[in-house]
Design a binder for this molecule. Structure first.
Ligand code: UDP
Length: 235
């Protein structure tokens, strides 16, 4: 295996599957199965989940809502997704803990770094909900922050595209995929991998990011075992 401890970032939208809104249980079960293949292989797995399938603070703000209020709603949305993911993982017999950046003690553990690391060492998947706990951030930033804190080897950004391209492959058919690319080149070429705050935090801490297609069965195990199926951003 190429990596020992990984942080998997899943967007809220990924959980929608074929739906327009909310959570698709079939998609969740597929993800759980894929995650099981890597925990069975002895990989320590932490997950940060987004909330865009339920609510985004910016969309609230564009409709006249106070931005901070909207971001609080967005952070709670990630907790809802975290609970759904936790259920799906437990259905697949994977021991799981949900830790949140905002305290909801009756529902989940608060984020405690040492506890999270202990869970990982014991083979439990740790889901981090509530983003960073602060408005004006994204769950990509939360993913990078938590990955650094728990000393993960890599961030695996599971998307519906199979890597980083010279242009948006869904709009431009001549776009070419990178197998690897440096942080500097991503910035120079103006490519979108994560928002700038998240991306530079990753760069400054020399934390590699692998972008790959999470919707193809078996891809997660392929990435973790070192197959170059997505794009790796490194120093
Ligand atoms: N959010 C926030 N602080 C954070 C992480 C998330 O305020 O640290 C809010 C923000 O409103 C964001 C929403 O939660 O729009 C959902 O997160 P995100 O948009 O990152 O989800 P994704 O795009 O991954 O589904």
């Amino acid at each position: 295996m190429k990596f020992k401890r990984i942080l998997l970032k899943l967007s809220g939208e990924a959980l929608m599957g074929e739906r327009q809104y909310g959570i698709d249980p079939i998609r969740l079960a597929e993800y759980a199965k894929d995650i099981k293949t890597i925990t069975d292989a002895g990989i320590e797995v932490a997950i940060v989940i987004g909330g865009g399938n339920i609510f985004r603070g910016v969309s609230g703000a564009s409709n006249g809502m106070d931005r901070v209020q909207g971001d609080h709603m967005g952070m709670l949305a990630t907790v809802i997704n975290g609970l759904a993911l936790q259920s799906a993982l437990e259905d697949a017999d994977i021991p799981t803990r949900l830790q949140t950046a905002i305290k909801i003690n009756e529902v989940a553990e608060p984020f405690i770094r040492r506890k999270a690391m202990r869970h990982l060492e014991k083979g439990r998947v740790v889901i981090f909900g509530g983003g960073t706990g602060n408005p004006y951030f994204t769950t990509d930033s939360a993913a990078v922050l938590r990955a650094i804190e728990i000393e993960a080897d890599v961030i695996l950004k599971g998307t519906r595209v199979d890597g980083i391209y010279t242009a948006d492959p869904e709009k431009d058919s001549s776009a070419v995929k990178f197998d690897t690319i440096s942080f500097d080149d991503v910035l120079k070429k103006g490519l979108k991998v994560m928002d700038t705050t998240a991306f530079t935090l990753s760069q400054e801490n020399r934390l590699p990011i692998v972008v790959f297609d999470m919707n193809k069965k078996g891809n997660l195990l392929r990435v973790v075992s070192g197959e170059n199926i997505g794009t790796e951003v490194n120093v």
